[in-house]
Design a protein around this ligand. Structure first.
Ligand SMILES: *[C@@H]1O[C@H](CO)[C@@H](O)[C@H](O)[C@H]1NC(C)=O
Ligand SMILES: *[C@@H]1O[C@H](CO)[C@@H](O)[C@H](O)[C@H]1NC(C)=O
Ligand SMILES: *[C@@H]1O[C@H](CO)[C@@H](O)[C@H](O)[C@H]1NC(C)=O
Ligand SMILES: *[C@@H]1O[C@H](CO)[C@@H](O)[C@H](O)[C@H]1NC(C)=O
Ligand SMILES: *[C@@H]1O[C@H](CO)[C@@H](O)[C@H](O)[C@H]1NC(C)=O
Length: 469
């Protein structure tokens, strides 16, 4: 049984090299083969069961591609990982050069990147970026840093739905589609280097939060209040599960839905989590973990939600940053540490009596000084360059950019802050740092943290083992 799927994987890899349709073709191949494989999968009598059968075969394909064919031991081994931010979803602060090079200040996100220049230009810049921003060497370095997971943010516009996958629109306009084959290549690198994957839908049609990192920076989000947009999102999740469920461990249904935008949002989101969960389960059975998020409501708002036995294998994604308000920015170094310790208590209690929980985004950044962190053309709260009245907390010099300018006190803090948040994550089911690389922001870069020495090469290393006591 192992032999056949492995050969199929190789076939899929060959297809990846030259076709956007790669996964579709892999799925067709798997469909044909799965009817031959008989023995270890239940025989399929309906179309929907045959989809499930196919996907189980796909899972076997993924698993057989690495020396470790056992699934990751969630709940026993901590998730330790990094986000591959700014790759398949552009963010101005992560790759400012891509935005600067457009010569157009109105291009502030991936939506305007597609809308405000000709499509051939947009595609060629993006293809070069997809090819170069993260390479196999990064997977090698990530594994060498003792990390066992990557979280890969993807926008819906990169998922090549066909008209047989949805009753809604399949258009990605004005976005630039074409990242899918690069994603498939990355999933194979992950397998080869024994790195597990959280596939994270980071941008939904209409935008789930209006942040540039959803693809569209807008004050008029239309995901939560337009049911065709939500249905297309479920169709997108189903497509992901059917086509690449076997190559990823966790499917995260949606990143950072901003429930604070409207009073009807929390109910819409609860329904979406259920619908997305069902879409994954009907496609791949129980082989994928399904990740939901707290939607900025705090994990306690999700007490008793989607717990076993009615839902199995559901994980909570919690994000922690302490820099997106003046109050948080005003905390002293020690206050930042204490805050992380208090979050730890809350998360631990939630995870114990509800569902497995991962701190899926956090960083060591302690200011909002990185250029365009708050959006292209937007200043920082820290130095008073954003809105008025905004009393500056200080100058941004020495807080971001190259670490050659970081003081030794600052680097000592970065190490403590890394360590307390890792401790928080390991008190629940794990952590994913945001982010692996940034062009000009070493305070946010795991890669630069390793190089500059404030992040240890062995993530179990502790200089401050009793940091919360
Ligand atoms: C499209 O609509 C038909 C008829 O209502 C339904 O049977 C089918 O499941 C729908 N397909 C999707 C992908 O939602
Ligand atoms: C999302 O909804 C808005 C209107 O509410 C619509 O204009 C837009 O086209 C939808 N987006 C997609 C991708 O379907
Ligand atoms: C959805 O809500 C946003 C603000 O919450 C609003 O700007 C937008 O016009 C609404 N769209 C629809 C289709 O109701
Ligand atoms: C919702 O979005 C669809 C396109 O996805 C659009 O056709 C429809 O008009 C939108 N509904 C509202 C109420 O804006
Ligand atoms: C170091 O900081 C100074 C003053 O802010 C700045 O001009 C310089 O570009 C920085 N150097 C690097 C390498 O970031």
């Amino acid at each position: 049984m192992l032999f056949v799927p492995l050969s199929l994987l190789l076939l899929c890899q060959l297809l990846v090299a030259d076709a956007v349709q790669a996964a579709q073709q892999c799925r067709l191949q798997l469909n044909q083969k799965s009817s031959l494989s008989g023995g270890d999968v239940p025989s399929a009598s309906t179309a929907s069961k045959s989809t499930a059968t196919t996907s189980r075969s796909a899972t076997a394909v993924g698993a057989s591609a690495t020396s470790s064919s056992t699934p990751f031991a969630y709940g026993k081994t901590p998730v330790r990982g990094v986000n591959l931010g700014g790759w398949f979803v552009l963010e101005p602060w992560i790759t400012p050069s891509i935005f600067q090079n457009t010569g157009n200040d109105a291009i502030v996100d991936e939506y305007t990147f597609g809308a405000m220049q000709d499509s051939a230009t947009a595609l060629s810049v993006l293809q070069n970026h997809w090819e170069t921003w993260i390479t196999e060497d990064d997977f090698v370095a990530i594994a060498a840093a003792g990390l066992n997971h990557v979280r890969i943010p993807v926008g819906y516009w990169s998922v090549p739905l066909t008209s047989s996958d949805t009753n809604g629109s399949t258009s990605a306009a004005p976005y630039t589609p074409g990242a899918w084959p690069y994603l498939l290549k990355a999933l194979n690198w992950a397998k080869q280097h024994n790195v597990h994957v959280i596939l994270d839908l980071h941008g939904a049609p209409g935008s789930q939060n209006g942040f540039d990192n959803s693809g569209q920076r807008t004050s008029s989000t239309e995901w939560e209040n337009n049911s065709s947009n939500r249905t297309r999102t479920v169709d997108t999740i189903r497509y992901i599960a059917e086509n690449i469920g076997g190559l990823v461990d966790i499917i995260e249904l949606l990143n950072e839905p901003a429930t604070f935008l409207s009073s009807s949002y929390p109910a819409a989101l609860r329904q979406f989590w259920q619908d997305g969960y069902s879409a994954v389960r009907s496609a791949t059975g129980t082989s994928n973990q399904v990740m939901i998020g707290d939607g900025f409501m705090g994990v306690d708002s999700w007490t008793d939600f989607m717990t076993a036995p009615s839902s199995q294998g559901v994980m909570m994604d919690y994000h922690e940053y302490q820099i997106f308000s003046v109050d948080e920015l005003s905390r002293s170094f020690d206050d930042h540490i204490s805050f992380a310790c208090s979050s730890m208590t809350d998360l631990t209690n939630f995870a114990k009596s509800n569902i497995w929980t991962v701190v899926g985004e956090w960083s060591t950044a302690v200011t909002d000084c990185t250029q365009w962190l708050n959006g292209r053309g937007v200043g920082a709260r820290w130095d008073g360059t954003w809105y008025t009245p905004n009393t500056p907390l200080g100058s941004c010099a020495g807080w971001t950019g190259s670490y050659s300018n970081f003081s030794s006190d600052y680097k000592t803090f970065l190490r403590k802050y890394w360590e307390v948040q890792v401790t928080m994550g390991e008190n629940v089911q794990g952590w994913m740092y945001w982010t692996w690389k940034a062009e000009n922001s070493d305070d946010w870069s795991y890669q630069k943290g390793l190089e500059g020495g404030w992040i240890p090469q062995d993530p179990t290393n502790r200089l401050y083992p009793n940091i919360c006591s």
